[in-house]
Design a protein around this ligand. Structure first.
Ligand SMILES: [Zn+2]
Length: 376
């Protein structure tokens, strides 16, 4: 049992590993965590997703006949790149300044991973446990939850009693997030000399037709009481090579955020109907929305714990980003799912990313209590 390392120190050690994705290279960071967990009696299952890019399932088994399915925590170890702007701190040094721990991944989401690892390490000392705790640590989240998709495809996942995703929420207990469906609408035409456009078929005109149909698109769904309504944005358009040719290809990038009551599959077939056969829909990212109703008994118990330990008001809110839960939740029997972590939502992907140090230990305490209640 390793009870000497604090959440702050573990976060700092995780930050020290450069896991910027692309390329990822999360393996060393995983090995470090794995050693820590193995020493505390966790059973480790590796999933070799890609070379030097594993996923890890760490189980703290029940000591008695299990009374319920495992409580699972999940987080990713990859981070986004540093960005164009110059950092005022070393992004891998884990510098502390004015109560903040700085570094790439400090908020998103090495502090979150550290919080559930420490909570689980503390629980490992408890002699009697009537249920299992599972830690699902993933690679390759930042480029579209690909690591989690690999983990699902491996068949290693099992049904869970509940799932916690420790993405940055400023320790707010959030009950889901919108889905994301990113697509490239491909329009093919026929090229011709710019002086004889009648000999060609202009792909840009076809793309503009699609854009007109999508503008102000009504999804025909009542806004959800917590998530609000779905949105559609056209983010880019790529077409044409030179001014004096008829373009034979035009691609329009569409970003749809779906809400409860919608599936990405249904949205895709609606758009196929709306745009017609001439438009090819290439899916770039496909994350269904995630939501747990606030009258779910487990989520209700989370609100109780957060109220008691953090003094937080009960609130029903969802995250602005999407998470591995889109992929993991359906593969684990659709358990109630909480999004909660010590990082600041606003600091994710920022230059000079930091985590408020004062949030780390309270988050660990909430996670630890959830674990203790689960194995009681
Ligand atoms: Zn993240």
């Amino acid at each position: 049992m390793n009870d000497t390392i604090s959440g702050l120190e573990l976060t700092r050690r995780l930050i020290a590993f450069d896991t910027i994705n692309p390329p990822g290279d999360e393996a060393e960071c995983f090995s470090y965590l794995a050693d820590l967990l193995a020493a505390a009696g966790f059973e480790l299952t590796w999933h070799d997703w890609r070379p030097n890019r594993p996923n890890l399932i760490a189980r703290l088994p029940a000591t008695e006949a299990a009374a319920r399915a495992p409580l699972a925590f999940s987080g990713h170890l990859d981070t986004v790149p540093l960005g164009q702007a110059t950092w005022s701190v070393d992004p891998f040094a884990g510098e502390e300044k004015e109560g903040r721990l700085y570094g790439r991944g400090a908020a998103d989401m090495k502090s979150g991973v550290a919080a559930f690892v420490i909570a689980a390490l503390r629980l490992a000392a408890q002699p009697v446990r009537r249920a299992e705790i599972q830690l699902l640590v993933t690679a390759g989240e930042e480029t579209g939850c690909e690591g989690a998709q690999g983990l699902v495809a491996s068949g290693l996942l099992q049904d869970a009693h509940a799932l916690v995703i420790a993405e940055p929420t400023d320790n707010r207990a959030l009950c889901g997030h919108k889905g994301a469906l990113w697509m490239n609408l491909v329009h093919e035409g026929v090229t011709a000399h710019g002086s004889m456009p009648e000999k060609g078929r202009n792909a840009i005109f076809a793309a503009v037709e699609s854009i007109q149909r999508l503008r102000g698109h009504d999804f025909g769904i009542t806004p959800h009481q917590v998530m609000g309504g779905p949105t559609l944005n056209i983010g880019n358009m790529k077409a044409g090579l030179n001014v004096n040719s008829v373009p034979d290809r035009a691609c329009v990038g569409v970003d749809i955020r779906s809400v409860v009551g919608q599936t990405n599959e249904a949205i895709r077939s609606d758009l196929r109907r709306l745009l017609g056969d001439g438009v090819v829909l290439e899916t770039l990212t496909d994350m269904d929305n995630v939501y747990t109703d606030f009258d779910d008994p487990w989520l209700d118990s989370v609100f109780d714990v957060a109220e008691e330990l953090l003094g937080s008001e009960r609130e029903v809110a969802t995250a602005t980003y999407f998470t591995d839960a889109s992929v993991l939740k359906p593969a684990m029997g659709n358990p109630p799912t909480l999004i909660m972590g010590p990082g600041a939502m606003a600091m994710a992907h920022q230059t000079d990313e930091y985590c408020e140090i004062a949030r780390i230990e309270p988050c660990i305490e909430v996670f630890e209590r959830l674990c203790r209640d689960h194995v009681a």
